[in-house]
Design a binder for this molecule. Sequence first.
Ligand SMILES: Cc1cc2nc3c(=O)[nH]c(=O)nc-3n(C[C@H](O)[C@H](O)[C@H](O)COP(=O)(O)OP(=O)(O)OC[C@H]3O[C@@H](n4cnc5c(N)ncnc54)[C@H](O)[C@@H]3O)c2cc1C
Length: 416
Amino acid sequence: MSYVISGECCSDASCVAVCPMNSIHPSPGEPGFGAGASLFIDPRTCIDCGACADICPVDAAQPVDQAAPEDVERNAAYFAEREPLEAMDLDSWEPPSYQVWGDGPRRVLVVGAGPAGMYATRELLLRTTAEVTLVDRLEQVGGLVRYGVAPDHPQTKQIISTFERVIQHPRVQWRPGTDATGLPPDGFDAVVHAVGARRSRRLGIAGEEAACTAEDFVAWYNGRPGAPAPVGLAGPRAVIVGNGNVALDLARILLSDEQRLRSMDVPTEVRATLAASGVKEVVLLGRRGPEEAAYTQAALHELLAAVGDRVELRYHARPTAWSSDGLTLGSGETIAAGNLFTAIGFEGQAIDGLPFDAERGIVPNVRGAVVGRPGHYVAGWIKRGARGGIGVNKACAQETVAMLVSSSRAAASPGS
Ligand SMILES: Cc1cc2nc3c(=O)[nH]c(=O)nc-3n(C[C@H](O)[C@H](O)[C@H](O)COP(=O)(O)OP(=O)(O)OC[C@H]3O[C@@H](n4cnc5c(N)ncnc54)[C@H](O)[C@@H]3O)c2cc1C
């Protein structure tokens, strides 16, 4: 599936800035921009991340299966005779206001090779002459795109291949398997912490320690090394507490039959465990009503189309305790179930030597510059909190790098 822009498009191009794949055209500076009524999304490179829909001020970007047929046709016609632009081509693609800041930083350490760290690295390569050392505690780039995004969304995961190209750049030193906790940042002009916010939030109810968190379950089904396998998928009913897109991902994967599982790129033991699972139905539990649910309509639509007959959506429910009988609610009712999953959001963790806002789960910052720690910057979920899809991290990292460069230029020019 990809996204399509309708005739309501206002051409303000905010979607162009956040699209991680450079899939929206004509962009400012390209022939035709401002002349036509609408921008278009290249279905050959769109990864379905929804960043355009999140930012569009007039709600013109829609999933293709919800768009009007004439908009889908107009979009396809625009690209019919155009070669797809290679996404993130560092040699030929330049943002319209491209400018190299030669007097910027010389050596920068980027911690974390998830989307935020990769966009920050790419922006540093485009806008400065700095050498970038990129580290991740994992062996591969991608962060949650590799080990979070559901395996039945292969189109979304395609962006990993463009991240893999960034680490080939001659000014990047890629150090996989390096945990930066306690790593001395000596010798660097600046450090960008892009470590994400992977820890699942807790419900705070009795018996919760027996639940499987979204953090663990998504890491396991995506094959992250060392991720614990879920204990005893007994069923026949599982309760998933949470009403965001991740909760819906969990339900879809948990209920996928053998045929669906065969189409996914998951480790063999994951496929075997899920195929043999006793879970036959899922209750999705939301604290608020359907109108306030955090999931997108596109994600709900996908869930209902894939496994809808075995999902029950319940709202205005407050869990109070989990036991072998099931999940007890504030109303006194107990939903009989064999497994509990929690998917109520993620939070960041404190970084050694930096201030931390425990309430928001972020490092306090001003447009990416860490408060009270010159030379330290943040990007992505550790900067903004665990919200927003892949594409949002692009504009976020651009803002951080702009702060980093302007601070180091100011430091290099006495009297400025
Ligand atoms: C389950 C799930 C599904 C999602 N599905 C979608 C989707 O379908 N579409 C979409 O657009 N968005 C999706 N998102 C959101 C998207 O994944 C995030 O917007 C994005 O990953 C945040 O990027 P980040 O770089 O801030 O963090 P991350 O992706 O978490 O990257 C952080 C990186 O830092 C590394 N790291 C952490 N600590 C250290 C350390 N001390 N030393 C070295 N390295 C370290 C980690 O290993 C990781 O690689 C999903 C999120 C989740 C949780």
